[in-house]
Design a binder for this molecule. Sequence first.
Ligand code: ADP
Ligand code: ZN
Length: 723
Amino acid sequence: MYARVIVDVAHSEVDKQFEYLCGDEVKVGCRVKVPFGGRVIDGFVVWLSEKSQYSPEKIKSIVSVFDEPPALVPECFSLMQSICERYRVPKAVALRLFLPSEMRTGKVRELFKKFVYLKNENVNLSKAAKKQAQAIDYIKEHDGCEYSYVCNLFGRTAINALLDKGAIAVVEKKVNRNPMQYGESESEKRVLTPAQQKALDEIERSDKTVQLIHGVTGSGKTEIYLNVIARQIERGKTAIFLVPEISLTPQMLAQLRERFKGKAAIIHSGLSAGERFDEWWRLRSGEAKIAIGARSAIFAPLENIGAIIIDEEHDSSYISESSPRYSTVEIAKMRAQYNGCKLVLGSATPSVESYIEASEGRYNLITLKERINKRPLPEIIISDMRREVKRGNNSCFSQALKHELEKTLIGGNQAIIFLNRRGYSQTVICQDCGYIAKCENCDVTLTYHSEDNCLKCHYCGTKYRMLSACPDCRGKHIRYSGTGTQRVVSDLKELYPAARIIRMDNDTVSGKDGHYKILKKFGSHEADILVGTQMIAKGHDFPSVTLVGILDADMSLHFSDYRSGERTFQLITQVSGRSGRANDKGKVVLQTYSPENYILRYAVNYDYDGFFKNEVEVRKATQFPPYSLICRVMVTGTDDKRALETLKTVYFAIEELRQNSPEEFIFFNKMHSPIKKIQGKVRYQVLMRLSTKKLLPKIYDIATEATTANTLVYVEENPVNLS
Ligand code: ADP
Ligand code: ZN
């Protein structure tokens, strides 16, 4: 037999198939070791045939085969094709997505153990061989017991002697490092509410591939997902269930384990490499049928998929941050197409892109307007921080928030204080009138850069002088940094010395399961107040939280990003959704310097439709995504001169594209990135806004072409972060 092999080298020069001679044990999808350019390297078998197109003496043989069953399922090759076309990466890079990194690096292998079986009980044993006779009797009774165990009982010499005589056989078998502990009994199935039942039926009946569930926080979306999965499992199919990593809380994991027992493989960052590896094999071998995890679980080695579910579909963690910079929803669509199954997207605040798809009829839209048991959504109170400043209140908390905090603590309930301090960017805001500095060309917020004390637009690169007074009201209270979580905690301690407070942000969350620990502590009411950033916004279900304080709603509103309105709406809705989920009514206090802002108005009234209609108009009028595509080609490297050279090459190559199709370009420029240097690497960028995706493949190819050993060039589409 001849095997066509893709070698595991991420380079376009070897991005083709090579032929090797092989035996019957080699199957399509196997990982193999092959001789290549004087070395032996890893490869993937993509094709087998009886004949070769080369003369026999030119063909080398495969050195060894790894897997049984083959690691790559047939679908991988179809997806590989689509991924390579879409993101212009070498085939090896696409195939790597389908394997856990532990497997590729060979750091973790299957855990093998030896087991002993009876082969021939009638061998002649000398009278002196008492131990051997005892061992034979034992093995007769316990066929298939563990080798090391019988060695302990009867001595290794005796067991090996039996082995030599052919009385027993030792077989090596793979065993799992199983990270799950299953409950004993089947968990009770919940009775679905009529709204949940209706959603479930509609998903079943709809002829559209993509189903978008828009359900308010606490409307019971999770229960719908679990039922969609359960139905597919009953039909003998498999399923993928994706959630943002941060939502894989201990509660959520326990719920999934209880519901699906050993049928679920949960892949999350709290697992050891060995556990992750074994969970992966449980899916591949068919023992587990449901892959649950964050973004990368979309590549789970499942066949015959009956449903793919993406919870919190709007979440930015679904965009990959390294090559290929894929969109998980896009990959999920490819897999749904291949398997002929449904893709269920769910969110309380769907992304504008997805909602447009639904409102124009390409996705089926399912709406859940009420919380379970008709629990009311929490009331959102706005605190106008301009008035607080005028009244001389310079603390982080408005009067209203202090009042509500007191009530909550006295009532024995819990509170969450949310602070939107993110990244480097600092917005400039007038504390007297709420004025925000904006770019004259782009209608996005300017960002303060301390290194040259100026304001910059991240979309067109224009620089402005730093303000000394507000251009609108002449006020001198110009502020350009948010308050940190640490300051908030110390202020809280001063106000409520008896309260137990925990902080959750990038500084306090360390280690793989750092955030689990904090959430667990808060969940078991070992603290009264949780102070945190983005991390606490998502999916958590804490029944005794009745108050949420949002300290600086403005900060996300004025990020220099076309999505800042959308982000703010999402954030307020999500954070508010943590309040009042059980019996006690919830409240939210939202502090802002611009209470009249329309985004805040929509959020306070839970008016997604209003927000959406308005946002679509703005995006259309300003030609921002999805009515255009923002494309950034990043050039980074340690050598400034070479990076600059490369930037020029890239720029001129794209300029040529522009000359040929000027109608494709809305904006085009090259510049330093807002952060000029990260970890010793200079950063340049070519930034453009394109009217369609037509030129994307060419731009990807320009980037690949320009990449050298010194300088990395890569493409980002609608980057989440323009820093
Ligand atoms: P969402 O994901 O839409 O925010 P959840 O799935 O977390 O909502 O559900 C909110 C709460 O309602 C959870 O505490 C959940 O256990 C509960 N719940 C969901 N479905 C039902 C049901 N059919 N009957 C009773 N309680 C339910
Ligand atoms: Zn600008």
